[in-house]
Design a protein around this ligand. Structure first.
Ligand code: AMP
Ligand code: ZN
Length: 493
């Protein structure tokens, strides 16, 4: 018997607005698609939060024994500056500004994305397809949508006919919008004059002469609309109908709404059974976003080199901080929040490190099985990680009591306690067993502080040759010393 037969998950489905019992299409198998990053810049911590929510979900499904095919794409073409089909392609724009090839931009930021996710101990998805690798599949879908009467061609571009679609199928079911309201609220933007109606969206765009990311198609040399890639790749790898589709809240409209319309217009049935949306990471009361400059980069967290934080934090501490909030709640990024998480994280890890030294006795003063089920119940309740963590702290309390002799545990219960603590902390939450002094940035800080001290002593002794040597050699190693009236600090590049 698999664990998933005993543990029944309820998932909040954005489509129904309710928590629903999770029943995969094929028993024992789960197909999950999550919209990946547009690789035109470094991922910020907000992006990481959304991907982390789905990494935790992927981990839990696997833990329960499901065979999960997890597809998370890389958007390397088609995502314009403005979601309403106007502006430059984000990747092409970056390539133009940096005078490099678009594929150099894609390579640079895909590598960065993978490096960052590795540091946070993410599991790789089963398939990571790219939009540019699936142009043919996208063209085929456009042909079908045109054949089915839901798209039209104008001057080499193809648009999805939202009003036509809405005659037979409701457009807006995911984001709870009404087409009538959209008609009132959608302005016609420059460059959209080809559209019959401003709420129509591009399936294919004819490339202007200066647009370098272009492919041949029956309609023009051009490029696919952003929403189409996810329909093409999810259908190809998970089928016309699959279990879970995820992404950040901000993708509900228009991106996911358009995905539903495209799939319905192609296959005449809904593509996804459970739509899941992760909530936003905010900072200073506003959504963390590249476009507004209100963001923090993961590497800045690891080095402590950002005005919003007072010190460096290890990736596991940042991961713990994010999982202390439910994935559907807004999370406010603050230094105080991270400090508190760091304390809690090490309390948890310290207790886990005591497990091997605990002595078993003849009876248990704690109902270990009931506690274990509480941990599962929390995960089964729409992946409620803050409650799981609260339960794990009950385990921590018990471990510390056994250690100091004020509680007892039997041999068998000790096995269950160990297994539950390590499975939840390491396998499901994806945290790592780092020790307090192990973070490399903290070690670096300690070493540089010693050199700063030596330099001060050299200066006090008027040994300027030595003090300059310390400064210059640190600079060569990428560490700048900054002297001010308050003393000397350092920064890394
Ligand atoms: P993008 O590369 O802009 O397509 O974003 C990648 C993912 O990050 C999407 O699922 C977004 O919804 C998500 N995202 C963007 N900003 C935030 C944020 N501040 N908090 C959480 N998720 C975010
Ligand atoms: Zn997508």
């Amino acid at each position: 018997m698999k664990l998933f037969d005993q543990q029944q998950i309820k998932i909040y489905n954005t489509l129904s607005g309710e928590k629903e019992l999770f029943k995969p299409l094929n028993e024992g198998y789960v197909g999950m698609y999550v919209c990946g990053p547009t690789v035109y810049s470094n991922v910020h911590l907000g992006n990481v939060r959304t991907f982390m929510s789905f990494d935790m979900i992927f981990r839990y499904l696997k833990h329960l024994g499901y065979k999960v095919r997890y597809v998370r794409n890389i958007t390397d073409a088609g995502h314009l500056e403005n979601d309403a089909d106007v502006g430059e392609d984000r990747i092409a724009k970056k390539a133009r500004l940096e005078e490099i090839e678009p594929m150099e931009v894609v390579q640079r930021y895909t590598v960065d994305f993978h490096n960052i996710l590795n540091k946070f101990n993410f599991l790789p998805p089963s398939i990571e397809p790219t939009a540019t690798g699936h142009i043919i599949e996208q063209i085929e879908i456009i042909k079908e949508i045109i054949n089915n009467g839901f798209a039209y061609e104008v001057n080499g571009s193809v648009y999805f006919d939202v009003l036509k679609y809405n005659e037979s199928k409701p457009y807006g079911i995911l984001s709870k919008r009404k087409v009538e309201d959209l008609i009132h609220n959608t302005r016609a933007l420059d460059g959209q004059s080809d559209k019959k109606n401003p709420q129509d969206f591009a399936l294919w765009k004819k490339a202007e002469p200066q647009h370098i990311m272009r492919w041949p198609s029956p309609w023009s040399d051009g490029f696919p609309g952003w929403h189409l890639e996810c329909t093409a790749m999810s259908t190809k790898y998970l089928g016309e109908q699959f279990d879970i589709h995820g992404g950040g809240m901000d993708l509900k409209f228009p991106h996911h709404e358009c995905e539903i319309a495209q799939a319905e217009a192609t296959n005449n049935h809904a593509p996804v059974n459970y739509w899941m949306h992760a909530n936003m990471l905010i900072m200073n009361g506003k959504k963390m976003a590249k476009s507004t400059g209100n963001f923090i980069l993961p590497n800045e967290i690891f080095s402590g080199d950002n005005p919003h934080i007072t010190k460096a934090y290890s990736p596991s501490v940042a991961r713990f901080f994010m999982l202390q909030a439910h994935y559907r709640s807004i999370l406010d990024f603050t230094n105080d929040g991270l400090l508190a998480s760091e304390k809690g994280f090490f309390r948890l890890i310290d207790a886990i490190n005591l497990l091997d030294s605990l002595k078993a006795g003849n009876d248990s003063s704690f109902d270990i099985n009931a506690w274990q089920q509480k941990c599962y119940d929390a995960m089964n309740d729409d992946f409620n990680t803050p409650i799981v963590i609260a339960n794990l702290f009950e385990g921590v309390k018990y471990i510390n009591q056994i250690k100091d002799g004020s509680a007892t545990i039997t041999k068998n219960d000790l096995i269950v306690l160990k297994k539950t603590m390590t499975s939840f902390v390491f396998d499901i939450l994806g945290l790592e067993n780092v020790s307090k002094s192990e973070t490399s940035s903290e070690k670096l800080s300690g070493a540089v502080e010693i050199l700063i001290q030596l330099r001060q002593e050299a200066r006090a002794n008027k040994d300027f040759a030595l003090s300059d040597k310390i400064r210059d050699e640190l600079a060569e190693a990428g560490i700048q010393l900054n002297d001010s009236r308050e003393g000397t600090t350092f920064s890394t590049n």
